[in-house]
Design a protein around this ligand. Structure first.
Ligand code: BGC
Length: 738
């Protein structure tokens, strides 16, 4: 397991069995591209991966869900559809441009050959670089230090840089370097790509590939390598699926030579891919530009927890993964559940996008948040077609969205088709964005079109039952209970969306009014303030009966349970209303609901941990809030769900920031004020974090005695601290007793 320090997550030994998990954790990226932490000398299948956002094509989906209990057969898997299901869209793996092999006196360095004297590999969150320091001995007793360093440029989406410093420790032998691209990559174990064009010249190589036949995306990769100060002559080779340049030099004991490889990667998504792009700048120059751009993003989202290195490191690591998960320069595609760290979940955009992943960018990088929402605007036409197909009005978005807005959900699973809450989640994302940024131009030009289409959809989807509207036959956020009526999360959120959209329509003079439905939409609530997750929920058993014995874990259940008879849930639904939607339904009892649903949730979706941390903090259960925060940040480092090798859980990791912002710092931004109800961990010395509100930067510094809020805003902002209003601006900070 990686060792956590404040700024680095470190692998201290070479362990073959941890290669695939650590490849996910050690992904370098910039939102446009994600490059898994495979080795320069060899990119093994399942470990190597280099993905461009939105470069998607068709694969054969190898999956065999097994229905051997009543729940699986009747409520989870549609076996008929399973029989017909074969192809699925997926992100496609690019040529492996990391390829760089270093041979000492004819023996190539591979970690599994020769002898490793020392090994340290780490991701450095301060500069987004992956570093590997190795002292290696070949079979002839030649000992060499090699220090690899690489980054995906935050300054230019298309640029990837690698450097290897090679220092002979006890010899002056001949060193051979080969550097280029391995074209033999696979996606989901399948060969999807084919080479259209390639060449090698001087110290460069170029590979132009077709990324699959369905969508026909193309990519190209140009590599340029030089060794300093030796600057040897290069020759070119193209054999065995590898295209590369080769150079040799005679080393001097103790003298370091730097191999610098610059890579330019591009796709037909955004530009002509037939041109070569030779980058001859030095590594240091490209690094400086990258570092400056990265720090602009990272300084805004960085959270400092003083007095607890584990939590401090965990949140920073999670924030690093959030920073590399978002495309800051285009809206071709959007935030996906594994970011660009692996192939699992095929790079689809889910509801995680607007509800879980978007907030950090709304509060720290609003331009990126706007780009994320523009993706939905670009998919609107398809969403309208989807609604029409379903015989409904307005727009109905795909639960799993790919590059063209088609529904890409795994057909045989019953629940995703019913998770129509996606159509409220997207609206929530727009409202949340507008509330915090005040970006009226976006709301007017794009947001309102989406919001009104979504409200049209809901107006045609609700059913009049007696004197109230109900939303029937849905799956809420908890996938263990498909086919329910009046899911709490869905109904509460839809009402809010209808009300807000009506309010905005008035503001912009749009002739739409959804008040009648909003006011008469049924909101589940029982005596005593408990909110039933859906109609009849409390009549189900509080225990989980088991039957069958299928390989349930594979399908995201903790056991072979008969979930349809049980109150045991996969992930929060009701508790999201309080924690992520910041609603406190009248006459409901937050603490009672939290006590109840915490016990019923088996957290087999990682999307449980961050909301739980917030609910625990809101209710003053700080130890519990802490444990959930650690699970949120360390979900993949500890491999809690035993599938980290498939890619990190982006929607969970990003919750670390939100749990700190919303749970610990206790901040909720409303349109006209910032509400603050903090809950500090008693054993922490202090917390520092930043956020943006209405275009201005705010900084929180809190400890167990005081809470300080500073801003650069020239206009006074109303801050309501524990119910008491205070005006804050660049001349007047807020300092309150805790
Ligand atoms: C969760 C969904 C989520 C998806 C992608 C599933 O396991 O239950 O809520 O959208 O993973 O993260």
């Amino acid at each position: 397991m990686l060792k956590a320090t404040s700024n680095r997550f470190i692998e201290e030994n070479y362990k073959i069995e941890e290669e695939s998990l650590n490849a996910s954790l050690f992904t370098t990226g910039n939102g446009y591209i994600g490059v898994r932490g495979s080795y320069e000398e060899y990119g093994s299948i399942r470990i190597q991966g280099a993905y461009i956002r939105g470069v998607i094509d068709e694969i054969i989906e190898v999956m065999e869900p097994f229905a051997d209990n009543e729940y699986m057969k009747k409520y989870y898997i549609d076996e008929d559809k399973l029989k017909n299901f074969e192809y699925q869209d997926s992100v496609v793996n690019n040529a492996d441009f990391l390829l760089m092999r270093i041979s000492i006196d004819g023996e190539t360095f591979y970690p599994w050959e020769g002898k490793i004297h020392s090994w340290q590999r780490y991701i450095d969150m301060t500069n987004a670089c992956l570093v590997r320091k190795v002292r290696w001995e070949n079979s002839k007793g030649d000992i060499t230090d090699i220090c690899f360093e690489r980054f995906s440029s935050f300054d230019n989406d298309h640029v990837y840089c690698i450097k290897a410093d090679v220092t002979p420790v006890n010899h002056s032998k001949k060193i051979t370097v080969m550097s280029g691209t391995d074209k033999r990559v696979k996606t989901g174990g399948q060969k999807i790509t084919s080479v259209i064009g390639e060449k090698a010249w001087d110290n460069s190589t170029f590979v132009h590939m077709l990324m699959g036949k369905k969508y026909g995306f193309e990519t190209s990769v140009t590599t340029t390598t030089q060794i300093y100060p030796a600057k040897p002559q290069w020759t070119c080779e193209n054999e065995g699926g590898l295209i590369y340049n080769v150079a040799e030099y005679t080393s001097k004991q103790g003298e370091t030579q730097s191999i610098e490889k610059n890579v330019y990667i591009t796709s037909s998504r955004e530009e002509n891919v037939t041109d070569t792009h030779v980058l001859s700048e030095r590594y240091a120059t490209l690094y400086d530009a990258h570092f400056k751009a990265y720090r602009e993003v990272f300084d805004m989202i960085d959270v400092v927890i003083d007095g607890d290195e584990k939590a401090d490191a965990g949140v920073r690591f999670a924030n690093y993964h959030s920073a590399i998960s978002v495309a800051r320069n285009d809206s071709v595609h959007s935030l996906s559940a594994k970011g660009l760290t692996g192939e699992k979940y095929n790079n689809f955009v889910w509801w995680d996008c607007e509800v879980y992943q978007l907030p950090i960018f709304i509060y720290s990088c609003p331009d990126a948040a706007r780009k994320v929402l523009m993706y939905r605007y670009n998919m609107l036409q398809k969403a309208k077609e989807n609604a029409k197909e379903a015989g409904l009005k307005g727009a109905k978005y795909a639960f799993c969205s790919s590059v063209n807005g088609d529904e890409r959900v795994w057909e045989y699973a019953r629940h995703p088709f019913m998770q129509i809450h996606i159509n409220a989640d997207i609206a929530w994302g727009i409202i949340h964005y507008y509330t915090v940024t005040g970006d009226e131009a976006f709301l007017k030009d794009y947001g309102m079109t989406i919001l009104t289409e979504l409200c049209e959809y809901w107006s045609s989807r609700v059913e009049l039952c007696g004197d109230r509207y109900e939303i029937k036959r849905v799956t809420g956020t908890d996938e263990h209970h498909p086919y329910v009526n009046n899911d709490a999360y869905t109904n509460y959120l839809v009402k809010f969306v209808l009300e807000k959209t009506t309010e905005y329509c008035k503001k912009f003079g749009i002739d739409k009014d959804y008040t009648h439905i909003a006011q008469n939409l049924f909101l589940p609530l029982e005596k005593g303030g408990l909110i039933p997750q859906f109609d009849g929920y409390f009549n189900l058993s509080r225990t989980l009966e088991e039957a069958g014995g299928n390989d349930a874990k594979k399908f995201q259940m903790k056991s072979s349970g008969l979930y349809h008879k049980s109150q045991v849930i996969k992930q929060p639904d009701v508790m999201l209303i309080y924690s992520y939607l910041n609603m406190y339904p009248e006459n409901s009892n937050y603490a009672a609901n939290w006590d109840y649903y915490e016990k019923m949730c088996e957290s087999s979706s990682s999307l449980s941990f961050a909301p739980h941390s917030i609910c625990a903090a809101d209710n003053g259960r700080m130890l519990s809030a802490y444990n959930y925060l650690i699970e949120t940040s360390y979900i993949d480092v500890y491999d809690i769900h035993k599938c980290g090798w498939q890619g990190v859980h982006s929607g969970c990791l990003v919750g670390s920031w939100y749990a700190m912002f919303r749970g610990i710092a206790g901040i909720v931004c409303r349109e006209d004020c910032i509400e603050i109800n903090p809950h500090m961990m008693p054993w922490w010395n202090g917390v520092k974090l930043n956020f943006m509100y209405h275009g201005n930067k705010f900084t929180v510094e809190m400890d167990n005695e005081k809470y300080i809020l500073k801003t650069d805003s020239k206009t006074p902002v109303n801050v309501v601290f524990r119910g008491e209003s205070v005006m804050v601006d660049n001349n007047a900070e807020m300092c309150k007793e805790m």
